[in-house]
Design a protein around this ligand. Structure first.
Ligand SMILES: [Zn+2]
Ligand SMILES: [Zn+2]
Length: 177
């Protein structure tokens, strides 16, 4: 949601609180779609600090469906987001930094701020390095693709560890010397 901040920007040390709903229902990241399962409105707090900086603070929670790293089953991942941003002000307008001038993803434009971009940025910062549907997820069978959490297909799933292969080569070399 885009918030018009003309009033805050024109009044030194003015602050305002706005309840904002995140407009997106799906996160589109690197050609993957991640549905948002649940979202609550964010409470945004804006402060014009001495006509020099716009301080933005917001908190909110949402849940995103992300595939499990082992079995690919969609897993509900909760995000507790805290946004803290400081944007520079000049002549009652938000200044877009030079290095951001040709990106479309800068969250502000003159007198308005795009809260969706701020929320999206914060989701990215908090994106988990690893997602498991459960700690002991058994993953997929490398032979037939069966989700081994549901049933055991009985295939031989022994895959030699490539690091062990390296050590075996090393022993082989010692023998030859
Ligand atoms: Zn899993
Ligand atoms: Zn199998």
């Amino acid at each position: 949601m885009i918030i018009d901040l003309a009033e805050s920007l024109s009044k030194r040390n003015f602050s305002e609180d706005v309840t904002v709903s995140f407009d997106r229902d799906v996160l589109h990241i690197m050609s993957e779609d991640y549905p948002i399962l649940k979202k609550e409105p964010f409470e945004f707090h804006f402060v014009n600090e001495e006509n020099r900086r716009l301080y933005v603070h917001a908190e909110g929670e949402l849940q995103v469906a992300i595939p499990c790293d082992r079995c690919l089953r969609r897993t509900r991942v909760p995000f507790s987001l805290v946004i803290d941003r400081i944007l520079r002000l000049s002549d009652g307008m938000i200044v877009i930094p030079e290095e951001e001038s040709d990106t479309l993803a800068y969250p502000a434009d003159g007198y308005s701020i795009d809260c969706d971009i701020l929320v999206f940025d914060e989701i990215m910062v908090n994106w988990p390095a690893k997602v498991l549907c459960r700690d002991d997820c058994k993953g997929l069978c490398p032979v037939c693709g069966q989700n081994l959490n549901d049933k055991d297909c009985g295939h031989d799933r022994f895959v030699p560890d490539p690091r062990m292969a390296g050590i075996q080569d090393l022993f082989q070399n010692f023998k030859e010397v």
